[in-house]
Design a protein around this ligand. Sequence first.
Ligand code: PLP
Ligand code: CA
Length: 302
Amino acid sequence: RFTTRASPQPLTNADELIDSVQTFIFDCDGVIWKGDKLIDGVPETLDLLRSKGKRLVFVTNNSTKSRKQYGKKFETLGLNVNEEEIFASSFAVAAYLKSINFPKDKKVYVIGEEGILKELELAGYQYLGGPEDGGKKIDLKPGFLMEHDENVGAVVVGFDRNFNYYKIQYGTLCIRENPGCLFIATNRDAVTHLTDAQEWAGGGSMVGAIRGSTQREPLVVGKPSTFMMDYLANEFGILKSQICMVGDRLDTDILFGQNGGCKTLLVLSGVTTLSVLQSPNNSIQPDFYTNKISDFLSLKAT
Ligand code: PLP
Ligand code: CA
């Protein structure tokens, strides 16, 4: 599919954009918060949109927390957001397995953190792996053979700060040796901003290791794949043309919105700078851009 897009416009009339859609999908990190810090003016902006009757949905590629844990985070930050409005890539894994009727007698091997485990548990799936898996040293004496569970029908890979060689080998064995075993990735973000001082290796690095050893491509459930978009459009009965996707990242958020046929707004409160947006090397152009979502409060028609 080849489309030509006009170069992005700075948002000058927020009311016009707000009136043109029914739903706003907000990316979280870089839009709502930065790490654990709320971005200026967010509560007032969400209040304004709710008072205008807009549906608000929050989508994050960060799989380390469950929907419930994100609910707590919103609450701690003083934001009035319901768990059902939150779509994290951890939740997307369980939703995807449900959507394909993944058998409950099969198991899921998880390379990732607590969020994925909690969502699988809630959905009633059997799993193994998780953060503490394979902490001990592998003893490669002659003849050593790693056993694996032949009942694993899906390997899920997300961001994992305890990633190790055992996990790579275990996941690889399942994918290569269990017939029909799925390879699912929560997201493929190259980098994340764990601290504001530096970029850190993102979930894409763990996914890349398993791609390397299996020579298989994962099925991605997070942004920019359309799975979550289709899921929530279906869940809430909303038309994608009635959605504005708001994010700070071109290759996940803005692409996610464009893949879904939504309007797109890039905010400069996260990872993307104006010079990256305007660089001739950038092929992903949002419809609009602005500094931060609280610009909705001040950008009125003149
Ligand atoms: N993955 C991890 C591990 C992260 O720490 C972050 C951001 O903090 C992300 C993904 C991206 O999250 P979002 O989609 O909310 O920008
Ligand atoms: Ca983001």
